[in-house]
Design a protein around this ligand. Structure first.
Ligand code: ZN
Length: 102
């Protein structure tokens, strides 16, 4: 279950990494990208399914491959410009408990 159903995209309804419009993504929707590790969980933005994989590579959970590698630089820029900061994530976590328990 997703806690955040619709987060307005800063990129006007497009993936914030590759710029694909929501209607042209494979599931016709963008997904909320959470950073799920330490120091805290926080929302980074709205991305398409492919770029969700790109961020898994960026986080070191997957190996970079031919589909994801071209977006390595954009992923780093996007991650540096997250919706929430780790500090905000920590504060929210203290207030509400871990995101996956809400
Ligand atoms: Zn994308």
């Amino acid at each position: 279950m997703r806690r955040v159903r619709r987060t307005p995209s800063r990129a006007n309804g497009c993936c914030e990494i590759c710029g694909t419009p929501e209607a042209e993504t494979c599931n016709r929707r963008l997904v909320v990208d959470h950073f799920g590790g330490r120091p805290a969980q926080y929302i980074r933005g709205l991305v398409c399914d492919r770029c969700n994989s790109v961020m898994s590579c960026h986080d070191g959970n997957k190996k970079w491959g031919p589909r994801t590698l071209p977006y390595q630089q954009k992923a780093a820029e996007y991650a540096a410009n997250s919706w929430q900061t780790p500090e905000e994530g920590l504060r929210l976590q203290e207030f509400r408990g871990p995101l996956d328990r809400v």
